[in-house]
Design a protein around this ligand. Structure first.
Ligand code: NAD
Ligand code: ZN
Length: 363
């Protein structure tokens, strides 16, 4: 038995996604069939579409969503039919060394290739992003890649806690641990960067500089906590030097939220030489390198990366949803476009042009 689904399929790099009818296998004992209610378009999906990141094709992209449980495998304990859920692109099995430690959010199942296909097109296997594939009416998720959330929260807002909100807020709060009164620079004021801004504000940062080549992002940046806006395109000299001056010696924390190797260098060089901490959130293209003078680490400046904001999803996503419902974080203003599955290619065009912050597909 299979479930017939409608999904957006990536067949070839740089070609539009194609909406097709596919077959989804029945849940194995540890799997859950989810009816997707809302799915967000994240720049990470665009990396696969334009080939900056690669995976076997054809595939169903999409990793940021919310939905309702339709059916559970016999061994599933944490959710049942009717529950509202958010799928996790970083699983949390709860029992591996990573899940049990406070050192990382990267469960041992993160990135492990799938042992058998779950989606088929006329009998032929089709892959899926993050063992999810949420650009579809339905998805099969392993129980460890799913968390139950409160049922009074709107799907077309909380889908965003499955990636962008948690990644951005978490990068500031959980990973970098921004301190009250500190200075922060955020590079790239898109769907992720705006959430880093509101995370930095939540943490009590007093100087928050937003950097984006698109000046139209200034108003939104200020609404989400930026105290200054800087457009590198209007700067003649070295961007990092200008930002060192603007922050009177360098930011305590900087965040790269674009995925541009040259901007990673700017973000590192713009933080304080003695204690500045640069966090790389953007996903740079395969094979591209950044370079640093090792002497610049000696005094204490550091750089590290952050996946999914350092969050353990099954623990932290319900908390993000509560923060939204309590008005502690703003999601409403970030979801700028509501579209249907058939409009997904227009949705990615709006991301490319900078017209949208987050577009959400409503099913
Ligand atoms: P987005 O397209 O919404 O935003 C990118 C922003 O960067 C835009 O506002 C754009 O104008 C700006 N920009 C582009 N080039 C610039 C430059 N040279 N200098 C300054 N600004 C520039 O993208 P998003 O959805 O916010 O995703 C951002 C990055 O985060 C992507 O690389 C994505 O893959 C990555 N990401 C990482 C994680 C993680 O867990 N680490 C999770 C989700 C997304
Ligand atoms: Zn994402």
């Amino acid at each position: 038995v299979t479930t017939k689904i409608r999904a957006a399929v990536l067949h070839a790099i740089n070609e539009p996604l194609v909406i097709e009818e596919l077959e989804l296998d029945d849940p194995r004992p540890d799997e859950v069939l989810v009816q997707i209610k809302a799915a967000g378009l994240c720049h990470s999906d665009l990396h696969y579409i334009n080939g900056s990141l690669s995976r076997p094709l054809p595939t169903v992209p999409g990793h940021e969503a919310a939905g309702v449980v339709l059916a559970c495998g016999s061994a599933v304990k944490s959710v049942r039919p009717g529950d509202h859920v958010v799928p996790l692109f970083v699983p949390q099995c709860g029992s591996c060394e990573s899940c049990l430690s406070g050192r990382t959010n990267l469960c041992r199942y993160f990135g492990v290739p799938e042992s058998e296909p779950r989606i088929f097109r006329a009998g032929e296997p089709v892959g899926r992003s993050s063992t999810l594939g949420t650009f579809a009416t339905h998805a099969l998720a392993n129980e460890r890649s799913l968390v139950k959330v409160r049922s009074d929260a709107p799907f077309n807002r909380i889908f965003y806690c499955g990636c962008g909100v948690t990644t951005g807020v978490g990068a500031a709060v959980f990973d970098a641990k921004v301190q009250p009164g500190s200075s922060v620079i955020v590079f790239g004021i898109g769907g992720i960067g705006l959430n880093v801004l509101q995370g930095a504000r939540l943490a009590g940062a007093s100087t928050i500089v937003a950097v984006d080549t698109n000046s139209e992002r200034e108003a939104m940046a200020r609404k989400f906590g930026a105290t200054r806006f800087f457009n590198p395109a209007t700067c003649d000299g070295d961007v990092a030097a200008a930002l060192l001056a603007l922050t009177e010696g360098g930011a305590d924390y900087s965040f790269e939220c674009i995925g541009n190797t040259a901007v990673v260098e700017q973000a590192f060089n713009a933080c304080h030489p003695l204690w500045g901490r640069c966090t790389v959130v953007g996903v740079t293209p395969n094979g591209k390198m950044s370079s640093f003078n090792p002497q610049s680490f000696l005094m204490g400046r550091s750089i590290s990366g952050s996946i999914f904001g350092g969050a353990k999803g099954r623990r932290d996503i319900p908390r993000m949803v509560d923060w939204y419902m309590d008005g502690i974080i703003n999601i409403d203003d970030l979801v700028t476009h509501r579209i249907k599955l058939d409009q997904i290619n227009e949705g990615f065009d709006m991301m490319r042009s900078g017209e949208s912050i987050r577009a959400v597909i409503e099913f």
